[in-house]
Design a protein. Structure first.
Length: 286
Protein backbone atom coordinates (compact mmCIF):
# COMPACT_ATOMS: atom_id res chain seq x y z
CA UNK A 1 0.00 0.00 0.00
CA UNK A 2 1.30 3.44 -0.99
CA UNK A 3 1.07 6.41 1.38
CA UNK A 4 -1.05 8.49 -0.98
CA UNK A 5 -0.79 12.27 -1.00
CA UNK A 6 -3.80 14.54 -1.57
CA UNK A 7 -3.36 17.57 -3.84
CA UNK A 8 -6.16 20.10 -4.19
CA UNK A 9 -4.50 22.60 -6.52
CA UNK A 10 -2.18 22.53 -9.51
CA UNK A 11 0.52 24.07 -7.31
CA UNK A 12 0.16 21.30 -4.72
CA UNK A 13 0.33 18.72 -7.49
CA UNK A 14 3.86 19.85 -8.32
CA UNK A 15 5.09 20.22 -4.72
CA UNK A 16 6.78 16.81 -4.68
CA UNK A 17 10.15 17.46 -6.30
CA UNK A 18 11.62 14.02 -5.64
CA UNK A 19 12.98 12.40 -8.82
CA UNK A 20 10.85 9.64 -10.29
CA UNK A 21 10.60 7.67 -13.53
CA UNK A 22 7.55 7.43 -15.71
CA UNK A 23 4.37 9.21 -14.63
CA UNK A 24 0.97 7.64 -15.28
CA UNK A 25 -2.46 9.12 -14.70
CA UNK A 26 -5.84 7.52 -14.04
CA UNK A 27 -8.73 9.95 -14.47
CA UNK A 28 -11.93 9.42 -12.49
CA UNK A 29 -15.00 11.23 -11.24
CA UNK A 30 -14.59 9.63 -7.83
CA UNK A 31 -16.84 7.11 -6.10
CA UNK A 32 -14.06 4.64 -6.82
CA UNK A 33 -14.65 0.88 -7.03
CA UNK A 34 -12.67 -2.18 -8.04
CA UNK A 35 -12.87 -1.20 -11.71
CA UNK A 36 -10.91 1.94 -10.87
CA UNK A 37 -8.56 -0.10 -8.68
CA UNK A 38 -7.75 -2.26 -11.72
CA UNK A 39 -6.79 0.88 -13.65
CA UNK A 40 -4.56 2.09 -10.82
CA UNK A 41 -2.90 -1.30 -10.45
CA UNK A 42 -2.27 -1.42 -14.21
CA UNK A 43 -0.71 2.05 -14.05
CA UNK A 44 1.50 1.05 -11.10
CA UNK A 45 2.67 -2.10 -12.88
CA UNK A 46 3.42 -0.12 -16.04
CA UNK A 47 5.56 2.57 -14.37
CA UNK A 48 7.22 0.22 -11.89
CA UNK A 49 8.46 0.99 -8.38
CA UNK A 50 10.33 4.14 -9.46
CA UNK A 51 7.37 5.57 -11.36
CA UNK A 52 4.66 7.96 -10.25
CA UNK A 53 0.89 7.28 -10.40
CA UNK A 54 -1.58 10.17 -10.20
CA UNK A 55 -5.31 9.58 -9.76
CA UNK A 56 -7.57 12.51 -10.57
CA UNK A 57 -10.91 12.83 -8.81
CA UNK A 58 -13.11 15.48 -10.40
CA UNK A 59 -16.85 15.50 -11.06
CA UNK A 60 -16.82 17.47 -14.30
CA UNK A 61 -19.93 19.65 -14.68
CA UNK A 62 -19.35 20.00 -18.44
CA UNK A 63 -20.19 16.31 -18.90
CA UNK A 64 -23.66 16.57 -17.35
CA UNK A 65 -26.68 17.79 -19.29
CA UNK A 66 -29.99 19.15 -18.09
CA UNK A 67 -31.79 16.65 -15.86
CA UNK A 68 -28.72 14.46 -15.33
CA UNK A 69 -27.34 13.45 -11.96
CA UNK A 70 -24.61 16.03 -11.31
CA UNK A 71 -25.93 17.04 -7.88
CA UNK A 72 -26.53 13.49 -6.67
CA UNK A 73 -23.40 11.99 -8.20
CA UNK A 74 -21.62 10.31 -5.25
CA UNK A 75 -18.69 12.13 -3.67
CA UNK A 76 -16.63 9.80 -1.45
CA UNK A 77 -13.17 11.36 -1.26
CA UNK A 78 -12.03 9.68 1.98
CA UNK A 79 -12.86 6.24 0.59
CA UNK A 80 -11.32 7.19 -2.76
CA UNK A 81 -8.05 8.09 -1.05
CA UNK A 82 -7.98 4.76 0.76
CA UNK A 83 -8.69 2.72 -2.36
CA UNK A 84 -6.17 4.71 -4.41
CA UNK A 85 -3.43 4.11 -1.86
CA UNK A 86 -4.21 0.41 -1.59
CA UNK A 87 -4.08 0.05 -5.38
CA UNK A 88 -0.73 1.82 -5.66
CA UNK A 89 -1.33 5.52 -6.36
CA UNK A 90 1.16 8.14 -5.19
CA UNK A 91 -1.05 11.21 -5.48
CA UNK A 92 -4.78 11.90 -5.67
CA UNK A 93 -5.46 15.20 -7.42
CA UNK A 94 -8.94 16.34 -6.33
CA UNK A 95 -9.37 19.93 -7.50
CA UNK A 96 -12.42 22.14 -7.09
CA UNK A 97 -14.47 23.33 -10.05
CA UNK A 98 -12.93 26.79 -9.63
CA UNK A 99 -9.44 25.30 -9.78
CA UNK A 100 -10.16 23.50 -13.05
CA UNK A 101 -12.29 26.25 -14.59
CA UNK A 102 -11.08 29.57 -13.12
CA UNK A 103 -13.41 32.34 -14.21
CA UNK A 104 -16.29 29.99 -14.98
CA UNK A 105 -17.03 27.58 -17.81
CA UNK A 106 -14.37 27.71 -20.53
CA UNK A 107 -15.20 29.62 -23.68
CA UNK A 108 -12.83 27.48 -25.72
CA UNK A 109 -13.57 23.77 -25.71
CA UNK A 110 -12.59 20.68 -27.61
CA UNK A 111 -15.24 19.27 -29.90
CA UNK A 112 -15.69 15.54 -30.26
CA UNK A 113 -16.65 15.74 -33.94
CA UNK A 114 -18.82 13.18 -35.75
CA UNK A 115 -17.90 10.28 -33.43
CA UNK A 116 -19.11 12.33 -30.49
CA UNK A 117 -22.55 12.81 -32.04
CA UNK A 118 -23.64 9.15 -32.16
CA UNK A 119 -24.72 6.63 -29.49
CA UNK A 120 -23.85 8.26 -26.15
CA UNK A 121 -23.36 11.58 -27.92
CA UNK A 122 -26.83 11.44 -29.42
CA UNK A 123 -28.37 10.53 -26.07
CA UNK A 124 -26.33 13.12 -24.17
CA UNK A 125 -25.62 16.13 -26.42
CA UNK A 126 -22.43 17.95 -25.48
CA UNK A 127 -21.29 15.20 -23.12
CA UNK A 128 -18.20 14.24 -25.10
CA UNK A 129 -17.16 17.83 -25.75
CA UNK A 130 -17.14 18.36 -21.98
CA UNK A 131 -15.29 15.10 -21.41
CA UNK A 132 -12.55 15.84 -23.94
CA UNK A 133 -12.14 19.38 -22.64
CA UNK A 134 -11.46 18.22 -19.08
CA UNK A 135 -9.29 15.31 -20.20
CA UNK A 136 -7.15 17.73 -22.22
CA UNK A 137 -6.83 20.05 -19.22
CA UNK A 138 -5.96 17.22 -16.84
CA UNK A 139 -3.37 15.84 -19.24
CA UNK A 140 -1.70 19.25 -19.27
CA UNK A 141 -1.88 19.60 -15.48
CA UNK A 142 -0.63 16.10 -14.64
CA UNK A 143 1.85 15.79 -17.57
CA UNK A 144 1.92 11.97 -17.75
CA UNK A 145 3.73 9.76 -20.23
CA UNK A 146 0.83 7.30 -20.16
CA UNK A 147 -2.87 7.50 -19.23
CA UNK A 148 -5.13 4.56 -18.37
CA UNK A 149 -8.86 4.42 -19.17
CA UNK A 150 -11.45 1.68 -18.84
CA UNK A 151 -12.82 -0.13 -21.87
CA UNK A 152 -16.32 -0.05 -20.36
CA UNK A 153 -16.55 3.52 -21.67
CA UNK A 154 -15.54 2.38 -25.13
CA UNK A 155 -16.75 5.43 -27.05
CA UNK A 156 -15.01 7.73 -24.58
CA UNK A 157 -11.79 5.76 -24.95
CA UNK A 158 -11.98 5.93 -28.75
CA UNK A 159 -12.50 9.70 -28.65
CA UNK A 160 -9.61 10.27 -26.24
CA UNK A 161 -7.33 8.24 -28.49
CA UNK A 162 -8.49 10.26 -31.47
CA UNK A 163 -7.91 13.57 -29.67
CA UNK A 164 -4.42 12.53 -28.62
CA UNK A 165 -3.61 11.44 -32.18
CA UNK A 166 -5.18 14.42 -33.97
CA UNK A 167 -3.78 17.08 -31.60
CA UNK A 168 -0.36 15.48 -31.00
CA UNK A 169 -0.59 15.07 -27.24
CA UNK A 170 2.70 13.53 -26.00
CA UNK A 171 1.00 10.72 -24.08
CA UNK A 172 0.23 7.04 -24.61
CA UNK A 173 -3.38 5.96 -24.01
CA UNK A 174 -3.90 2.47 -22.59
CA UNK A 175 -7.28 0.74 -22.34
CA UNK A 176 -7.98 -1.66 -19.47
CA UNK A 177 -10.64 -4.39 -19.81
CA UNK A 178 -13.99 -3.94 -18.08
CA UNK A 179 -14.13 -5.25 -14.52
CA UNK A 180 -17.33 -7.12 -13.70
CA UNK A 181 -19.14 -8.35 -10.65
CA UNK A 182 -19.23 -12.17 -10.25
CA UNK A 183 -22.69 -12.19 -11.88
CA UNK A 184 -21.48 -10.25 -14.91
CA UNK A 185 -22.68 -6.72 -14.10
CA UNK A 186 -20.10 -4.16 -15.22
CA UNK A 187 -18.75 -2.25 -12.23
CA UNK A 188 -19.92 1.36 -12.22
CA UNK A 189 -20.18 4.15 -9.67
CA UNK A 190 -23.85 4.39 -10.60
CA UNK A 191 -24.58 0.79 -9.56
CA UNK A 192 -25.04 2.03 -6.00
CA UNK A 193 -28.26 3.74 -7.13
CA UNK A 194 -29.87 0.41 -8.06
CA UNK A 195 -32.38 -1.32 -5.83
CA UNK A 196 -32.13 -5.09 -5.49
CA UNK A 197 -34.89 -5.57 -8.07
CA UNK A 198 -33.31 -3.03 -10.44
CA UNK A 199 -29.94 -4.70 -10.13
CA UNK A 200 -31.45 -7.97 -11.35
CA UNK A 201 -32.90 -6.14 -14.34
CA UNK A 202 -29.53 -4.50 -15.00
CA UNK A 203 -27.96 -7.93 -15.49
CA UNK A 204 -29.83 -8.15 -18.78
CA UNK A 205 -27.24 -5.81 -20.32
CA UNK A 206 -24.32 -8.20 -19.83
CA UNK A 207 -26.56 -11.16 -20.73
CA UNK A 208 -27.47 -9.43 -23.98
CA UNK A 209 -23.79 -8.90 -24.77
CA UNK A 210 -23.07 -12.57 -24.10
CA UNK A 211 -25.96 -13.61 -26.34
CA UNK A 212 -24.69 -11.38 -29.14
CA UNK A 213 -21.15 -12.69 -28.79
CA UNK A 214 -22.36 -16.26 -29.20
CA UNK A 215 -23.74 -15.32 -32.63
CA UNK A 216 -20.55 -13.71 -33.94
CA UNK A 217 -20.18 -16.56 -36.40
CA UNK A 218 -23.57 -15.82 -37.99
CA UNK A 219 -23.08 -12.24 -39.14
CA UNK A 220 -23.71 -8.75 -37.82
CA UNK A 221 -27.50 -8.94 -38.04
CA UNK A 222 -27.61 -12.11 -35.94
CA UNK A 223 -25.42 -10.53 -33.27
CA UNK A 224 -27.66 -7.50 -32.93
CA UNK A 225 -30.86 -9.57 -33.02
CA UNK A 226 -29.63 -11.93 -30.31
CA UNK A 227 -28.83 -9.02 -28.00
CA UNK A 228 -32.21 -7.39 -28.65
CA UNK A 229 -34.02 -10.67 -27.92
CA UNK A 230 -32.54 -10.78 -24.41
CA UNK A 231 -33.65 -7.22 -23.67
CA UNK A 232 -37.14 -7.51 -25.16
CA UNK A 233 -39.76 -7.41 -22.43
CA UNK A 234 -37.16 -6.68 -19.73
CA UNK A 235 -36.25 -3.08 -20.46
CA UNK A 236 -36.29 -0.62 -23.33
CA UNK A 237 -32.73 0.25 -24.34
CA UNK A 238 -31.61 3.65 -25.54
CA UNK A 239 -29.66 1.78 -28.17
CA UNK A 240 -28.31 -1.62 -29.14
CA UNK A 241 -25.72 -1.15 -31.86
CA UNK A 242 -22.91 -3.08 -33.49
CA UNK A 243 -20.37 -0.47 -34.48
CA UNK A 244 -16.96 0.18 -35.97
CA UNK A 245 -14.24 0.16 -33.30
CA UNK A 246 -12.80 3.53 -34.38
CA UNK A 247 -15.64 5.84 -35.45
CA UNK A 248 -18.63 4.05 -33.86
CA UNK A 249 -20.71 4.05 -37.02
CA UNK A 250 -22.92 0.95 -37.51
CA UNK A 251 -21.15 -1.86 -39.35
CA UNK A 252 -22.54 -3.19 -42.61
CA UNK A 253 -24.60 -6.37 -42.76
CA UNK A 254 -21.72 -8.18 -44.46
CA UNK A 255 -19.08 -6.87 -42.05
CA UNK A 256 -16.33 -9.27 -41.05
CA UNK A 257 -13.72 -8.43 -38.44
CA UNK A 258 -13.64 -6.54 -35.15
CA UNK A 259 -16.65 -4.59 -33.94
CA UNK A 260 -18.12 -3.31 -30.69
CA UNK A 261 -21.57 -4.35 -29.48
CA UNK A 262 -22.75 -1.37 -27.42
CA UNK A 263 -25.83 -1.11 -25.20
CA UNK A 264 -27.31 1.68 -23.10
CA UNK A 265 -30.50 1.55 -21.04
CA UNK A 266 -32.17 3.26 -18.13
CA UNK A 267 -32.89 0.95 -15.20
CA UNK A 268 -35.25 2.85 -12.97
CA UNK A 269 -33.70 6.30 -12.67
CA UNK A 270 -30.19 5.03 -13.41
CA UNK A 271 -28.67 5.07 -16.86
CA UNK A 272 -26.18 2.26 -17.53
CA UNK A 273 -23.91 1.45 -20.44
CA UNK A 274 -22.00 -1.69 -21.37
CA UNK A 275 -20.19 -3.10 -24.38
CA UNK A 276 -18.25 -6.04 -25.72
CA UNK A 277 -15.60 -6.15 -28.41
CA UNK A 278 -16.33 -8.95 -30.87
CA UNK A 279 -14.83 -10.40 -34.01
CA UNK A 280 -17.51 -11.08 -36.61
CA UNK A 281 -16.43 -14.18 -38.48
CA UNK A 282 -19.66 -15.21 -40.21
CA UNK A 283 -21.77 -13.74 -43.00
CA UNK A 284 -25.55 -13.37 -43.15
CA UNK A 285 -27.35 -16.50 -44.24
CA UNK A 286 -29.27 -16.14 -47.48
Amino acid sequence: MTAVRLARTAAELTEDTRPYGLRAVVMTMGALHQGHAALIRAAREFVGPTGHVVVTVFVNPLQFGAGEDLDRYPRTLDADLELSGEAGADVVFAPSVDEVYPGGEPRVRITAGPTGAVLEGASRPGHFDGMLTVVAKLLHLTAPKVAFFGEKDAQQLALIRRMVRDLNFPVEIVGVPTVREPDGLARSSRNRYLSEAEREIALSLSRALDAGARRAGDGAGAVRAAAEDVLRGVLKPDYVELVDIDDFTPVAADHAGPAILAIAARVGATRLIDNARLTITGVPRS
